[in-house]
Design a protein around this ligand. Sequence first.
Ligand code: BGC
Length: 839
Amino acid sequence: MKPVSSGSSRRRRRRPGSAAVAGILGLALPLVLAAPGGPAAGSARPSAVASDASCPWLSQSLPIGQRVHMLLARMTLANKINMVTGAGSTQPYVFYISAIPSLCVPAIGEEDGPTGVGDGLTGVTQMPSAVSLAATFDPSLADRYGQVVGSEERGKGAMVNLGPTVNIDRDPRWGRSFEAYTEDPFLNAAIAAADVSGVQSRDEMAQVKHLAVYNQETNRDTQADNAIVSTRALNEIYLPAFYAATMKAGASSVMCAYSTINGQAACQNRYLMRATLDRRWGFPGFVTSDYGATHSTVPSAAAGLDQEMPAAQYYGSALRAAVEDRLVSMATLDQMVTRILTEMFRFSEFNHPPTGSIRATVTTPAHQAVSTAVAEAGTVLLKNSGGTLPLPENRAGKVAVIGPAASASPADAGGGSAYVTSTFSVSPLQGIRAAAGPGTTVRYAQGLPTDTSLSRIPGSALTPAYPSASHGPTYTGTLTAPETGTYVLAYRNPGRYAAIDLSLDGKVILANPGTPPVHTYSVGVNLQAGRTYRLSLSGGGRSANLSWATPSELAPGISRAVAAAKSAATAVVVVSDDTESEAADRASLNLPSAQNELISAVAAANPHTVVVINAGAPVVMPWLSQVASVVDAWYPGESNGTALAAVLFGHVDPSGHLPVTFPVGLSQVPAPTPSEFPGTNGRVLYREGVNVGYRYYDATSETPLFPFGYGLSYTSFAFSDLNVTPQQIHNGTSGPLVTVSARVTNTGRVAGSEVAQLYLGDPAAAGEPPRQLKGFQKVRLGPGESATVHFTLGGHDLSYWDDAANGWVVADGQYQVYVGDSSALANLPLQGGFTVTSG
Ligand code: BGC
């Protein structure tokens, strides 16, 4: 059993009917123009002039520093402790700082999150998963996405949005991959900065999370998730998006993580917070701890943790005592409070505190349109042989839509704190039916049972019988298979933010995280008739409701799907991995249930089989060669079927590109051994160093199933006319150094979008991976049209982190420039270069 972390044995959450406390002041003063990277100038509400003699810091004509100073001087120790200590989870927001009415300080509500307003609030827009946003390779869409989230959080009365999640997808098993963007630091930084700008343009503070190296759920918030990682990998891979979000986009705050980094818990990690965020970057905002991620009083305050959440454990009275005992100086506490107040003044929170309420309906048709647009633009066409897609809309034809995920149990969103309750949801079947032209008949076959409809495993197969009161919270028994073939095993986790694992012969085959929404999860296993297997569940007792479907129980549904596929021109099988969530990592990259078997059976019956994947991360595709087309639609949010149908019928060109590498299997990933993921003996060895994601595949000459950056379109593109200027530069020159341009031509018959990508190969002396993304541009072109894309490389793009110099260094030598449409060399037709010399 996985240790239950302090971050997961809690919760939660909302008290129905509790009122929003923010907005208590009702004071308003004229607008001050926002600082760069802050809320949009002119976007605040017009306000009547008011002044409060007892709170002179409300005067917006004074500089922020002076206002902070005036207020701080009037604060008691108790007031200061109040500002840095969460008021507990009984509040309307998941994180909450109480107001100080006597000082005109408004309450601070902080609410998840990264893919829309979370934590069970309703009346909101369920956005596509963040990985789907990254797959758009379109920062302008990320800005619009952020605007939706920011304005809905604000409408709910939350002052701070707990998002975006910018942790790197180090391993495809990470349960939270769907709510993070990508494995690549450059794409991560670009999308993060745009998302944060969007959020903050709606007067909402963004809290970028989770600092840092939080890349797995297994052992989370315990010292066993102790990432042993090089300073170089930290700076080159794990930190750039935090830098972009804070120092370029001006994020108000940062959330420190559940992870431990090189022996020091993130929320008291001096390297991350004091040395990097504070001293090297000069970040002026504040740092909040993740839920229960504070592990000390004095070391945390000394390292730069400004706010403990959700409630006083190490701050509150413990911090007060530490200040009184001079273990934490008043200057340190003042600095912590200053950071929080500075951001509150910058966002005009004293003069315009949020007035929204958690009960407000904040979703709008315009927000829903952004959700749909991102779902469409993030959809990745992975395979399309014989022009199977787009579907022939107005020609007579039958389409068989197959799979539980198409209708009975669609997978729109991932689980955990990033889960967003949808206001409505369009299933793939509904979307396809709505978009099909008059000449098209759509027939549905579910193909497999839903995970909740399976039957109890009979006493004849399971010893002892399940459930049995005598077995307490766990179950261990032996399973004897009555027949040979694929079985589906399913169980429920009633929701405790703690995974319940299912093991077969001692190997964990499924981890159910127990996060919202409560789910029954399933796994397909091949068993042999007459063989006996050890089976155990690490928790859940009777309520886990362990159930199964045998091969012969599965056969009729699969046969009906095959029959539907045979009678149709095209078979669309919608499959999902609905097991991705905070609080557990995936035990494998397999699709749950018997979906692989379903695909193979359908593909054998119809050569025009299209597989649609709804998942937040890579899955393995043993059936890839058997099917005509594959579409990865991620978790598309509430517009699932609408966006999917637009792509399938060709109303929208699929223009998403993979923000993560899809491996052939787990043996191929950059962290393949248990010591690397999820760690052994209290250490997680980040042995791959900077070779994360495609950098690893390139460095080891591994060919993945699909490379980073890959994505097809309904048209075709050619790259030409690479121009790199100048060819030679002097090391030490500042400013933009190299300009790269290339021509992209739509060589097909329909309009479409291409993502031109620039990868840089450093001289060998730099010790970098073969190629690194340093530029991308999405271009939309009509048939026959061309466009020139331009990229600029600055000194930072050329540099690597040098430990000896404790900084960035540019190596002398020959740099290779590659331009094309994926990270794989085969997709990088343009190659050139330039030289850097010293002296
Ligand atoms: C998650 C954070 C989230 C917080 C508040 C934690 O479990 O790791 O991402 O913001 O809860 O819900």
